[in-house]
Unconditional design. Structure first.
Length: 64
């Protein structure tokens, strides 16, 4: 059961990271980043959520 949950979390993490990458390329996000120098909050939350989910999923897959 842990392997299934780990795989699901890993897939969700990759999906969130891809979604954040696509979102960071949007016109609105690029304009905000040009003026503020930082990516939007939503993009950062998606990157952080994707990384956290991916790490936990990978840990559950590797752990015996």
């Amino acid at each position: 059961m842990k392997k299934i949950i780990g795989l699901a979390l890993l897939v969700i993490g990759v999906g969130l990271a891809i979604w954040a990458y696509q979102m960071s390329g949007s016109i609105g996000s690029q304009l905000k980043e040009a003026f503020s120098g930082a990516p939007t909050d939503k993009v950062m939350l998606l990157y952080i959520g994707g990384a956290a989910s991916g790490v936990v999923g990978l840990f559950l897959l590797i752990k015996k």
